[in-house]
Write a protein that binds this ligand. Structure first.
Ligand SMILES: [Zn+2]
Length: 252
């Protein structure tokens, strides 16, 4: 089945079912995080937002209460296919999950979340971050991916949005080995903001905005599968896998 967007309640329910099946295929337990939140913007003509995030936990092989959070939003804006924004992020996070599962030793838990309602104002991630805070989870770091399918200049560069010194160092070291240029930006208008607001060590990963090497199809009906640069997506996936492998197996 092909969806024209992931915007309506009905379409998003189909996407959630698809994501849950994918998680099931890895023999992991998919969970729903349902949220209802009051609107924050008086100009929005609705009273509340209701949505559902999908998440799962890949438990450590050595006892640990620490969690690394990996996430991407699955919704799109209206009348937009959202292949780049943000099926690329969802695909990448899922591939990381399936590969990290094959590691023999993991000394941290990995929580993977697919957020609803990013496009309406980071609603799903905000609700999820609050749930983690209330649950007193010990969060090592939070990594969100939003748009990772455009690399016209072919340099494979990515941007790290507001990394802490620790995460900047980790990503930079591994990017050097992969020969991937890294830029640092202070963009905060995607899901990692929700976690930073609550004091978490959060970072966003995206395309190379600095050199304007980012999709021209942003929030347009033309944001389709055939515009996605899969070599670039793979290159970044490999970088992230190496980074997480290190974070999850490092001895502190
Ligand atoms: Zn997005």
């Amino acid at each position: 089945m092909k969806l024209k967007s992931r915007f309506t309640k009905k379409d998003k329910a189909l996407v959630r079912k698809y994501l849950k099946d994918l998680i099931d295929n890895l023999d992991l337990k998919a969970k729903e995080h349902h949220f209802i939140v009051q609107k924050r913007n008086p100009n929005v003509p609705i009273d509340f937002y209701e949505g559902t995030n999908i998440y799962t936990t890949l438990y450590s092989t050595i006892e640990s209460d620490e969690y690394i959070v990996l996430s991407a939003h699955f919704d799109s804006v209206e009348n937009c296919t959202g292949a780049n924004d943000n099926a690329t992020g969802v695909a990448m996070i899922y591939s990381l999950l399936s590969n990290l599962k094959n590691l023999k030793v993991r000394n941290k838990n990995v929580m993977v979340i697919f957020f609803d309602d990013e496009e309406k104002g980071l609603i799903g991630s905000d609700a999820f971050a609050k749930m983690l805070k209330e649950g007193n989870y010990n969060i090592h770091s939070v990594h969100t991916v939003d748009q990772m399918g455009w690399d016209k200049d072919g340099d494979r560069a990515i941007e790290l949005e507001l990394p802490t010194d620790y995460l900047k160092k980790k990503y930079s070291e591994i990017a050097k080995i992969h020969n991937i240029p890294i830029h640092i930006s202070d963009v905060d208008y995607t899901d990692h903001k929700s976690f930073r607001n609550l004091g978490y060590n959060a970072i966003g990963l995206t395309e190379e905005y600095k050199n304007k090497d980012t999709t021209p199809h942003y929030h347009a009906p033309s944001d389709t599968y055939d515009t996605v640069d899969f070599d670039y997506l793979l290159s970044t996936s490999n970088l992230m896998y190496s980074t997480f492998k290190e974070l999850i197996t490092e001895i502190e």
